[in-house]
Design a binder for this molecule. Structure first.
Ligand code: GLC
Length: 568
């Protein structure tokens, strides 16, 4: 296929510079989205063939998890070549064509960059191993001699983001034990040394490579971890802000300022989205200053329990943290790392924490689905951009009975099996039909999907849900259509109204009002002109427990707000 020169790639940016402040962004985990060639693994041709579905859903942009060549030791977050496409997914030409096809439908593309670490198969790391101690090749990573008389103790005892060690010892060419190297994740993901100029140059060049191909933004993996204290101290029990040896170090901000300058040098708005897990909201907001990242994932909301006071506090804290830096918030119910909401909200403990993930927890999936529907309407009505992880629009539950021999996630193995891992939210999507592979792979496919789909998913296929007006898919389609048409949704004014106990009530602009009933009883709706959408059928005009309503009201109804207005 002949492709146009990079400079002729279209972008949509000219028409809407602020698209990112209110965009609905759909997360595509390519491996599990749609398999066009029948090898059991999703691919770019599969995504291209489903663009009509995404258009009908009503999304503004796609975020692709890493699509690069990778040994897949961590689902593709171990990248061996940042300028190419994993051969199971397709070719660079297909990626370029996909970006253009999506743009033709008005859908932008955001890609994932992984700057904290590379694959151990990346040419830089292979060169570093071969070149040996003291070589310039090793300076791009964190190689250090071990501690103790024989050097057999790791240089630090830093905990890993995935249980287990953060240092692995190398073997010298003569077979003797060698230096250690740092990896905050698996040993197959050696950390880069961000004090090295090559590392800066390389990543700036990678950004340009993809911006030249028309991508509208990058999601920055593990964005708060890149910089390390070169003295390698141990992690203090309660580190002062900026004093953690490998997280949220002040030097990071200059890196993102230089990335922002690159993004801003392109026509239209190319956005930087940080994956930043930080409990300190003020430190979090620093990354969103006007010359740094555009947005960052707000994980607080997805970690909170299904409880009105908690969600109220999360929304309030999030909006207050963003307001001083003028950045819009993001709203995220799940992603490829966390338990699917239908499962999480169906449990007694509805919080999310990596540390407490366990298999075999009793779950009421009907309750979980009902709450997920209500939560979808809450997040879709909050100010800022909205992320939807593939399959959440189908209300898929976490798959908890994947046979042990098929599990792939290193989080599971490194926890010695205590953590069930993240495979359960990465099972290939059910599209159509009544038996696996449910249209994920073509009917004549030689290989089964890389993770098995539950037989019960025949009721959850996109096809089945499209013809059921009460389905989760139809709820999402309606919500996104209203959101796109309603000028007060997305970015803009927000205010709380006082309501009954365990009921969240807020307004957007002058005439939009949301009521979410998290109490155990039905509640009356406030005066309204029109019901725009509800997550459950109203019962005698009342909003049932665990459901949300979107209402159109007269401007006077939004005047008694009990909180200051936030303008994003
Ligand atoms: C991020 C990704 C996760 C990955 C980790 C290491 O948290 O979302 O999937 O395992 O970074 O790259």
């Amino acid at each position: 296929m002949t492709l146009p020169a990079a400079s002729t790639y279209r972008t949509l940016a000219d028409s809407d510079d602020l698209w990112w402040r209110s965009a609905v962004i759909y997360q595509v985990y390519v491996r599990s989205f749609s398999d066009d060639n029948g090898d059991g693994t999703g691919d770019l041709a599969g995504v291209r063939s489903r663009l009509g579905y995404l258009k009908q859903l009503g999304v503004d942009a796609l975020w692709f998890n890493p699509w690069y060549p990778s040994p897949l030791a961590d689902g593709g977050y171990d990248v061996s070549d940042y300028r190419s496409i994993h051969p199971s997914f397709g070719t660079l030409g297909e990626a370029e064509a996909l970006i253009q096809d999506a743009l033709a439908l008005g859908i932008r593309t955001i890609i994932d960059v992984v700057p904290n670490h590379v694959s151990d198969q990346h040419p830089w790391f292979q060169a570093a191993l071969a070149a040996g101690p003291g070589s310039p090749e090793r300076e791009r990573f964190w190689f250090r001699p071990g501690r103790g008389p024989d050097g057999d103790e790791p240089p630090t005892r830093w905990p890993s983001n995935f249980a287990g060690d953060t240092w692995t010892r190398t073997v010298n060419p003569d077979g003797s034990p060698g230096e250690w190297y740092l990896h905050l994740f698996t040993p197959e993901q050696p950390d880069l040394n961000w004090t090295h100029p090559d590392v800066h140059r390389e990543h700036e060049d990678i950004l340009k490579f993809w911006f030249d191909r028309g991508v509208a933004g990058v999601r920055i993996d593990s964005a708060a971890l890149l910089v390390k204290d070169a003295n390698l101290p141990e992690v203090p029990l309660t580190p002062a802000p900026g004093e953690h040896p490998n997280t949220d170090r002040d030097e990071l901000h200059d890196i993102y300022r230089s990335w922002r300058a690159i993004a801003d040098s392109y026509e239209g708005t190319r956005v930087l989205v940080g994956e930043i897990w930080l409990p300190d909201v003020e430190r979090f907001a620093r990354y969103l200053r006007p010359d740094e990242l555009h947005t960052a994932f707000n994980f607080d909301f997805l970690a909170r329990p299904w409880n009105a006071a908690e969600l109220h506090e999360s929304i309030e804290t999030t909006l207050s943290a963003h307001a001083p830096v003028g950045a819009p918030s993001t709203w995220v119910l799940s992603n490829h790392d966390v338990t699917r909401p239908v499962t999480r909200y169906g449990r007694e403990d509805t919080t999310f924490a990596f540390a407490s993930k366990r298999a075999g927890t009793p779950t009421d999936l009907a309750l979980g689905l009902r709450r997920s529907r209500a939560a979808a309407l809450i997040t879709a009505a909050l100010p800022g951009s909205l992320y939807i992880y593939q399959g959440d629009e189908l209300g898929l539950p976490e798959v908890e009975d994947i046979p042990a021999e098929l599990l792939q996630d290193p989080m599971h193995f490194r926890s010695l099996g205590i953590d069930p891992g993240r495979d359960g939210c990465r099972v290939p999507l059910p599209w159509s039909g009544t038996a696996p592979p449910f249209g994920f792979s073509p009917a004549n496919a030689s290989t089964s999907p890389w993770l098995p789909q539950p037989i019960g998913w025949r009721e959850l296929t996109a096809e089945a849900q499209q013809s059921d007006p009460t389905s989760m898919l139809r709820l999402y389609q309606s919500a996104l259509r209203i959101r796109a048409e309603e000028p007060d949704l997305g970015d803009g004014r927000f205010a709380w109204l006082s309501g009954a106990p365990d009921v969240l009530t807020f307004t957007r602009g002058d005439t939009f009002l949301l009521v979410a009933n998290l109490s155990a009883h039905p509640v009356d709706l406030p005066d309204h002109q029109r019901v725009l959408l509800t997550s459950e059928t109203l019962v005698n005009g009342m909003l049932p427990s665990d459901s949300t309503a979107w209402l159109e009201v007269l401007p006077s109804a939004t005047e008694n707000s009990d909180r200051p207005h936030h303008s994003a």
